[in-house]
Design a protein around this ligand. Structure first.
Ligand SMILES: *Cc1c(COP(=O)(O)O)cnc(C)c1O
Length: 469
């Protein structure tokens, strides 16, 4: 280190001096003495390193305080802050899936703030069951005899398999041995549940005789799995739920149907393709049906198991239930969400997920037209912004091959891919991050899930287009 640099080091203010500077008022007021002093110490250390490396100017006390505030602000911004999901995937697992209905938000908030009768029967004053709040609703909406709730659908499958097939065989078609993503692979879940997997049929064709031949004294259950994220096409055959239920019944073996997304209503009334509902699966004779709370149902993360009373009772007695149960916040939100299904005519008004899925291309295209000029102004002359059509997806393994016609903004740059990547990074760094997708040499923002146009406009006004040029 040269002599000048060591002289400059001595000119750096002390922590105390920075704390007394006018610019330190803001970090002190907002973050308290300890956090402010810690951040100032880090900034002084960084400044010392910069001076040793030859930086010419010594920052003053105010400057260090401003830097400390910036550091505290950045650390204070939550990664869980709300963002604009403009990916075109409505139920995006990495972006938190379903958006909850206002009724569910209010119910969860109230349950957070106050004591609630979670496991307490208000009529008798005695201990109650935590699932009672949603059990009757689930039975009413699905036609099932009984119901229980666990952490998510993966947990629902795990506990159903463990309860019915621990140390025994679970029979499943080779065409349904799904991997959902992450570490959720049906064969692995079966192994952890203690069930021995018995695969029947082939990848593309499974027949009723394949199931019949596999059943024996060791069989604990037959599992039918919704092939959520893929479809086998061409020369195919599967045994439909109703027929499979007949086979299971004849052998006195329970049939468990993992529906995955699991919708409670016929989606064709909203212009989407018809998926079998949970009620259909029950009517087709499944002994248990498992499905998610935060996919098409539009509620919080949860796994529902509905079906025969004796089997639900056995599941509730499994010690795993205690480890997989849901908390009061989610139970409150689930109850409020399920109640909305009692009035299907107003469901799109009240359930955000359904409202977004039901938006028409024309409505979204009009929005794209309104937003195009502001987006063009925000990104600057280095980019061109055009309204475009896009294909939205439901996501989370619901109707995997179906897309919904949508509209949005396509942003292109003569600077090519790296300019688009830079823009995507800037958009992710906004106070309310904007997440699109890069496709066909364009950054595409599918506007299907854009609810608050005014918030979007004020957010993109914060883009630093000089940094992008
Ligand atoms: C999504 C899905 C699961 C897992 O459900 P989570 O609620 O995400 O745990 C299991 N099985 C099928 C068929 C699915 O589609």
């Amino acid at each position: 280190m040269d002599r000048l640099a060591s002289l400059r080091l001595r000119d750096l203010p002390s922590v105390d001096l920075v704390l007394k500077s006018p610019a330190a008022t803001a970090p002190l007021a907002r973050f308290g003495h300890k956090a402010a002093a810690d951040a100032i110490r880090i900034e002084l250390n960084d400044a010392r390193c910069a001076l040793r490396a030859g930086a010419p100017a010594v920052p003053g006390a105010d400057e260090i305080a401003v830097r400390a505030l910036r550091r505290l602000d950045a650390a204070d911004r939550s990664a869980m802050r709300p963002l604009f999901n403009l990916t075109g995937t409505v139920l995006h697992t990495n972006l938190g899936r379903a958006l909850l209905a206002e009724a569910a938000i209010e119910a969860a908030t109230a349950a957070m703030r106050d004591a609630v009768a979670l496991e307490f029967d208000l009529a008798t004053g005695k201990r109650g069951e935590r699932d009672d709040h949603v059990r009757a609703l689930l039975c009413e909406l699905t036609g099932a005899e009984d119901a229980t709730v666990v952490n998510n659908n993966a947990a629902a499958v795990l506990i159903a398999l463990n309860t019915l097939a621990n140390g025994r065989e679970a029979v499943v078609s080779r065409g349904e041995l799904i991997e959902i993503g992450g570490a959720f692979r049906m064969p692995d879940i079966m192994a952890r549940a203690g069930a021995r997997l018995v695969e029947v049929g082939t990848t593309n064709r499974t027949h009723s005789k394949d199931y019949r031949a596999a059943l024996g004294p060791e069989t604990g259950l037959i599992l039918k799995v919704h092939t959520s994220n893929y479809r086998i096409q061409g020369f195919t055959a599967e045994v439909h739920a109703a027929e499979l239920s007949g086979i299971a019944q004849a052998a006195s073996i329970p049939l468990v149907h993992d529906l995955g997304s699991g919708t409670l209503i016929d989606l064709s009334r909203y212009g989407l393709e018809k998926e079998p509902t949970v009620g259909d699966a029950i009517a087709d004779g499944a002994d248990l049906v498992t499905f998610s709370g935060d996919k098409l149902l539009g509620g919080p993360q949860a796994g529902f198991i509905v079906g025969k009373r004796n089997l639900i009772t056995a599941i509730n007695r499994n010690p795993m239930k205690r480890a997989l149960r849901v908390d009061k916040l989610r139970l409150a939100a689930i109850e409020a969400t399920l109640k909305l299904y009692r009035d299907p005519d107003r469901l799109t008004e009240r359930l955000p997920t359904l409202r977004l899925l039901a938006r028409t291309e024309a409505e979204i295209a009009a929005q794209a037209g309104r937003l195009q000029p502001a987006m063009q102004a925000a990104v600057g002359a280095a980019f061109t912004v055009e309204a475009c059509t896009c294909d939205s997806q439901i996501g989370s393994g619901a109707l995997p091959l179906d897309t919904i016609p949508s509209a949005g903004l396509a942003i292109r740059s003569s600077g090519g891919g790296s300019a688009l990547e830079r823009l995507a990074t800037e958009l992710r760094g906004l106070s309310m991050p904007v997440i699109g997708r890069i496709e066909d040499n364009a950054l595409k923002l599918d506007l299907r899930c854009l609810r608050d146009e005014a918030a979007f406009l004020s957010t993109i006004a914060g883009l630093n287009c000089d940094a992008l040029a």
